[in-house]
Design a binder for this molecule. Structure first.
Ligand code: HAX
Length: 421
């Protein structure tokens, strides 16, 4: 049994006891009412999920286990996973063990590479990511444990094993997609002298040898990891895994949701927006040009990618973290300058436009321009980068839910006629 399992054993019992006590003593406590606007409006604000790993408030944004994300910008993906799943900061020994478990999976199975190579050349990288994860489902220890009759209270243990395998493998799957889809198809092997997850991911992508590229990848993997339980990708994996589907099924399904332009694909759309602006004006536009360009887009019924949020009502702290990274490393190419100019202009236009409840940038507004600055110019790939990070949060949430022995999700739907009545 790993140190991680040992840490979680006591927690699993405590979580189940807390859940049972809440159900027994307060099961009929009313949390609020649900309006027709919420039923027709994507269930906005309906308190219907439990998520202990992180929370998002309108006026501050993401907290991981109650620590503001801007206080966590120096940690590694390994530390992030440990914090998300256990609620505690890892010791050096715990991290060493976790890193060594993850690193067993950096080199992905050949059949996954073969599957990715067999896909049509114009497959979207997010389709390839979802397929790559599904191909690995045969490795699931969770499914094997279920098939052998593991009891409901014990299933979280094999879910931890699947989670570390999945988190350890997904950088290799993503890097293979990048090499196959955009380069010569030669997949780069993991490092032999360094078992750090983000260093290996940075290396296997083969984009840059710059030390700050590794730093960007580390930051990227931390910032996108988790965003409480109600966003499309987290809720998808929650629903799928509630049917006791294993993490490979659940994260693969979540990636299909992340691939939507209103969710993770927004980072690809942001870069497209930036390049369009640059092409249109032959470089960084003036304030007036950008204002007019933004208005034209809104009049055309298109959204401004990277702006707005279903929960946030302030600048996303994850945007701030990327912005600070650009300043620290003096990244001043035209795309970064356009990101800065958009930040100066777009919130004012969106406020005047009067529709978006939040005129401020979200995480996707800056991330792509940084990847581009280091030479990763294939913006179809950016959501895959997001997915590698998000898998850390999805797996953490699924482990915690399985420790609690959460039941299958089954809300009630109504017909429009029933609503009208
Ligand atoms: N540009 C133009 N219009 C916008 C807008 C934007 N950036 N953000 C919101 N609006 C519009 C909505 O389309 C909606 O219009 P209708 O009433 O005509 O339908 C109206 O303003 C009210 O929307 P809202 O309540 O403020 O926002 P929602 O909770 O419905 O949606 C979204 C939140 C993030 C989907 C939305 O702000 C959006 O489409 N933003 C652009 C895409 C984007 O950046 N997505 C990434 C979000 C972060 C994320 O999940 N990353 O993965």
């Amino acid at each position: 049994m790993s140190i991680l399992h040992e840490n979680l054993t006591t927690q699993a019992e405590a979580l189940r006891a807390q859940r049972t006590a809440l159900l027994k003593e307060h099961g009929d406590t009313v949390l609020g009412s649900v309006t027709i606007e919420q039923v027709l409006g994507g269930m906005r604000g309906v308190p219907a999920l439990v998520c202990d790993t992180s929370s998002v408030s309108a006026d501050e944004g993401l907290r991981i286990r109650d620590t503001p994300i801007l206080d966590l910008t120096d940690i590694t993906p390994e530390e992030t996973f440990w914090l998300l799943v256990t609620g505690k900061r890892a010791s050096a020994t715990e991290l060493d063990e976790l890193r060594s478990i993850f690193s067993k999976y950096y080199a992905i199975p050949q059949y996954v590479i073969d599957t990715l190579k067999a896909m049509p050349k114009d497959s979207h990288p997010m389709v390839m990511l979802s397929v790559g994860l599904l191909a690995m489902e045969r490795e699931s220890e969770f499914r094997a444990a279920y098939d052998k009759g593991a009891g409901k209270d014990a299933l979280w243990q094999s879910m931890v094993n699947d989670s570390v395998r999945l988190i350890g493998s997904i950088p290799g799957i993503a890097a293979a997609i990048y090499r196959i889809r955009f380069h010569d198809g030669n997949v780069i092997a993991p490092l032999t002298d360094d078992n750090d997850l983000s260093n290996n991911f940075a290396h296997m992508l083969g984009v840059s040898n710059d030390a700050s590229w590794k730093e960007l990848i580390r930051l990227y993997l931390v910032l996108h990891s988790d965003h409480e339980g109600g966003n499309v990708s987290a809720m998808t994996s929650y629903v799928v895994s509630s049917a006791l589907s294993d993490p490979f099924y659940s994260v693969s399904a979540a990636m299909c949701g992340l691939a939507g332009p209103l969710h993770g694909l927004a980072n690809q759309e942001c870069l497209r927006f930036i390049i369009d602006v640059k092409d249109q004006f032959g470089g960084v536009p003036t304030d007036e040009q950008l204002t007019e360009y933004t208005w034209n887009r809104l009049r055309n019924g298109q959204v401004i990618p990277g702006y707005g949020h279903a929960v946030l009502r302030v600048t996303d702290p994850r945007f701030t973290a990327f912005y600070q990274f650009a300043e620290k490393h003096n990244l001043q190419d035209e795309n970064v300058q356009i990101v800065q100019k958009i930040y100066n202009i777009v919130p004012g236009v969106l406020r005047e436009h009067g529709k978006a409840k939040n005129p401020w940038p979200n995480v996707d507004a800056a991330s792509g321009s940084l990847l581009y600055a280091y030479g990763m110019k294939e913006f179809d790939f950016y959501t895959v980068m997001f997915g590698v990070s998000r898998a850390i949060g999805l797996c953490s949430q699924m482990v915690v839910n399985r420790m609690m022995a959460s039941p299958i999700v089954r809300p009630k739907s109504l017909t429009l006629a029933e609503l009208s009545k």
